[in-house]
Design a protein around this ligand. Structure first.
Ligand SMILES: [Zn+2]
Ligand SMILES: [Zn+2]
Length: 879
């Protein structure tokens, strides 16, 4: 970065040179010295509130261009809303726990806390240098005890509500992170942080948060978020993955029939079978979940997961089967380790047992197979090969019966010449009718599903069932740098929560970080060995820490009350500031952070801590910053450093380019030429301002009369059109690129008019510039705050630009000049009408026919046609 003092000296020699470093460093110092500048007013403020928030960064140590873009959008909006008279809350903080701090500790022998806090200090300086309008008095840092104390406090409330619980489960394990990952952190079978590292499965006892409690509500809420991008809502809908189906209980046939069959087809029902008849006391029920109950008459086998309890039972005393099951388990594991359990090469074995279909009494052979996953549904599937892709593939491989029970609707016509019009298998459409299904024949699929489920429920062997893809959130991490989970294990009392008045459970400072053998905290005896708060005896402290996504699930509720020492926040402040009016961040958080924080919001609402259902009314996801067509990354060598850009072109030019180079929702291909171009434009604005500053200053205090000359009208029209465009864009479209282009056009027109201005009477040109220049500065303020502040001061403006009202546009002045359009009757000029250039053909005809002279000319005649040449001529043909 250039030395500020040298820059000042250089600029003194060249007063008209635009020197962003000198201007920006000087203004930054003034702003830094004024802690009130960006401070939100209390709830008693009479002004409407506006909470604008950019997602808080991970303190990696350096801002990248993606950050600069994200924050430039939020900052422009915050400044604009201040100028619109709102009470604006615009805070910033640090998502400061997480694995990179531990990796850095291993590499550089720097303690994670020190590494993190140094990075934060550096990034905060970078943000200040960019002129971002954050209220640093509300800054939060999730790795500091004054914050994570409340993260732990919330965990205890979840424990009380049965929303936090322990269970043994298969977990995703990243060998590089040496920790468990949530389902949301596994991308295509690999770690979200290590995209080439395949996630393994391990059995561990873990802490979970019961996100599934709110599955339905999280889904329904998406319909009430019109201010969120449709793509984010769709991603969440798919992730929550609601499906409507039914659970039906098959019954184990107590008499094995191995001798009679190879398990290729069902055996017929016993003659005395009655659907829905009460079952024997000792009947072994096998629940099956299906979304296609309408196809149950087409079930020709039952498929069990290798881990299903029944398969274990069957395997006892059957060495052949036991060995085959072991192989199937191994195959599943391999497919999982390869990243895609669904891609397994399908294998299975007939168990020699049968299960009774509760609707028709048929006895279906029970198979055990590797494509059935124990953790999904019930671990048992009714196999309907004719109407399911996977079942079809399996049945073809093993020669199992394929029975069609659903036909396309068009096939219900009598087949021509006895040729059955059979569907191509597997036929999975639901727009169809049932056959081969007893009394349910000829019903539509949906109707059959309802009737079958109702019958099952009525007779006690099933029920309609809604299922979700969303799973509970595994939050245990065997890592050091996270919020300790505030529980103890007592030999007498079991799991004992840490009492609230003993929070926070502090992370010890002196820790040897390794990535082997579980949590580093487990090796610190002072931490592990504790006293049980219930019995006073010795207890062991939980050594897992919480997933960092826990910290960020509630952080934005802390900003309005960041220094509260007796509660996470006061409800009064949250009721005032929430929901967030505009949240801005990357689409990569659509599933993780944005589902977790919607879950957390509902949990706090049900505790009575807040009143809102959703955290944010509007969400904006900006595009990526790329370079040479690729995402910026060190390995590709295409990283552009924000510091370099700021040093070379200034913060204003860097920020404004980030808004100008592409619509904010699209990817932005970073071109340094473009930044240079924006910098040159700002230089032109600077010089324009300096040329007229004295004139405007002399004029200060007088209401500038709008001069009537045609030139003045043209310039004022352009000004008001620009104001209108930017004002309307801020309200919704956010095409800041075209907003900035409009400001550029305005500056071009003013500059081009300068010679003519000189020729005007001084009084008129002064009045005109006294109108144009201050408005231009106000329009620039959200995009180039430093230059705007400098010019505002140069023209004699006082106070912060944030407190200046945003210029209002005058629709009359903004209207395009009217055109004079001749009206002919049979080719002869009869009148001239004045119309806007964008008047349509209909408007032109009406205006022409309304003219008295035209009416006189066509009186008593028949109008044959009206020829309209838009913007030019109207000719009425009469006879
Ligand atoms: Zn990893
Ligand atoms: Zn105890």
């Amino acid at each position: 970065m250039p030395d500020a003092k040298t820059m000042v000296a250089a600029s003194a020699a060249l007063p008209d040179r635009y020197d962003p470093a000198e201007i920006e460093v000087r203004w930054q110092k003034r702003w830094d010295e004024n802690p009130e500048l960006y401070r939100a007013e209390p709830e008693s403020s009479g002004r409407p509130k506006y909470y604008v928030l950019e997602m808080l960064p991970y303190p990696s140590g350096q801002l990248h261009m993606g950050h600069v873009r994200n924050y430039s959008i939020g900052d422009a909006l915050a400044r604009y809303m201040w100028m619109q008279g709102y009470n604006v809350l615009h805070p910033m903080g640090w998502d400061a726990f997480g694995l990179p701090a531990e990796n850095a500790a291993l590499k550089n022998q720097t303690p994670p806390r020190q590494w993190t806090l140094e990075n934060i200090a550096h990034m905060r300086r970078q943000m200040r240098r960019l002129g971002l309008s954050y209220d640093w008095q509300n800054e939060i840092t999730t790795c500091l005890p004054d914050y994570y104390r409340w993260t732990q406090w919330f965990f205890l409330r979840m424990l009380e509500q049965d929303l936090a619980f322990r269970k043994q489960s298969k977990v995703n394990w990243c060998p590089l992170c040496a920790t468990v990952l949530a389902n949301e952190q596994v991308i295509d079978g690999c770690c979200w942080r290590h995209e080439d590292t395949v996630v393994e499965q391990r059995d561990l006892e873990q802490w979970f948060l019961r996100t599934t409690k709110y599955a339905q509500e999280l889904l329904d809420g998406l319909d009430k978020l019109p201010g969120w991008p449709e793509k984010v809502r769709t991603m969440q809908r798919n992730w929550i993955g609601r499906s409507e189906g039914a659970t039906v209980e098959f019954v184990l046939d107590p008499t094995p029939e191995t001798a009679r069959s190879q398990g290729k087809a069902p055996l017929p029902a016993p003659p005395d079978f009655v659907a829905g008849a009460p079952l024997a006391e000792d009947a072994v029920r096998i629940p099956v979940y299906t979304t296609r109950l309408d196809t149950i008459f087409g079930a020709t086998s039952l498929q069990l997961a290798p881990q299903h309890p029944l398969t274990k039972q069957f395997a006892q005393g059957d060495e052949r089967l036991a060995a085959e099951i072991a192989t199937l388990v191994e195959e599943q594991k391999k497919a999982r380790d390869a990243g895609d359990a669904a891609s397994v090469d399908k294998h299975g074995s007939f168990t020699g047992h049968y299960a009774i279909n509760p609707f028709n009494g048929e006895r279906l052979p029970i198979w055990v197979s590797n494509y059935i996953l124990h953790e999904y549904g019930t671990g048992a599937v009714m196999s309907v090969p004719a109407h399911d892709e996977r079942d079809y593939e399996f049945a073809r491989k093993y020669g199992l019966e394929v029975r069609i029970v659903v036909l396309p609707r068009r096939s219900q016509e009598p087949p021509a010449a006895g040729r059955p019009d059979e569907p191509v298998l597997p036929y999975v459409e639901e727009d169809s009718l049932l056959i081969n299904s007893g009394e349910y024949n000829a019903l539509g699929c949906q109707e059959a599903q309802q009737k079958l489920a109702a019958f099952a429920q009525e007779h006690g062997f099933g029920r309609p069932t809604v299922s979700f893809r969303l799973k509970d959130w595994g939050v245990s991490r065997q890592r050091y740098w996270g919020a300790p989970i505030p529980v103890l294990y007592c030999p007498k009392d079991g799991i004992v929560p840490v009492p609230d008045d003993q929070l926070p459970v502090l992370l010890p400072d002196q820790v040897e970080i390794t990535q082997q053998d579980g949590s580093p905290l487990g090796r610190i005896s002072d931490f592990v060995n504790a006293t049980c708060p219930r019995c006073g005896g010795p207890a062991r402290r939980e050594t897992d820490t919480m997933d960092t996504f826990v910290d960020s699930s509630w952080y934005f509720y802390r900003y309005p009350d960041a220094h509260n020492e007796s509660a996470p926040f006061s409800r009064q402040k949250i009721d005032y500031w929430f929901p967030i009016d505009q949240y801005i961040g990357g689409v990569e958080h659509a599933i993780l952070h944005l589902i977790y924080s919607r879950f957390w919001t509902r949990f706090m609402r049900d505790l009575g801590m807040i009143g809102n259902d959703e955290p944010a009314t509007r969400l904006f996801t900006q595009g990526m910053v790329i370079r040479n067509g690729a995402k910026m990354s060190k390995s590709k060598g295409n990283v552009v450093s924000p510091d370099d850009m700021v040093a070379r072109y200034g913060a204003d030019a860097t920020r404004m380019y980030a808004l100008f180079a592409a619509p904010p929702d699209r990817d932005l291909d970073w071109q340094e030429d473009g930044v240079a171009g924006v910098s040159r434009f700002l230089g032109r604005v600077f010089r324009l301002g300096m040329r007229y500053r004295a004139v405007v200053r002399r004029h200060a205090g007088q209401a500038p009369a709008a001069p009537a000359s045609p030139l003045a009208q043209t310039l004022l029209r352009k000004l008001h059109q620009t104001i209108r465009k930017i004002t309307q864009d801020f309200a919704g479209r956010w095409h800041f690129n075209t907003c900035i282009a409009a400001v550029m056009e305005l500056v071009n027109e003013i500059t081009a008019a300068e010679p003519a201005l000189e020729a005007m009477p001084a009084e008129d040109s002064t009045a005109l510039m006294a109108t144009l220049l201050p408005a231009l500065i106000l329009l620039l303020a959200p995009f180039a705050p430093y230059l705007a502040a400098e010019l505002w001061s140069e023209i004699g403006g006082t106070g912060s630009l944030l407190r200046q009202p945003w210029p209002a546009f005058d629709p009359d002045l903004a209207r395009e000049q009217e055109l004079e359009i001749p009206v002919q009757v049979n080719g002869k000029l009869r009148a001239v009408v004045r119309l806007s250039p964008d008047a349509g053909s209909e408007d032109m005809q009406q205006a022409a026919l309304a003219e008295p002279k035209v009416q006189a000319a066509i009186a008593g005649k028949q109008v044959v046609k009206i020829v309209v040449v838009p913007g030019k001529l109207i000719n009425i043909v009469v006879k």
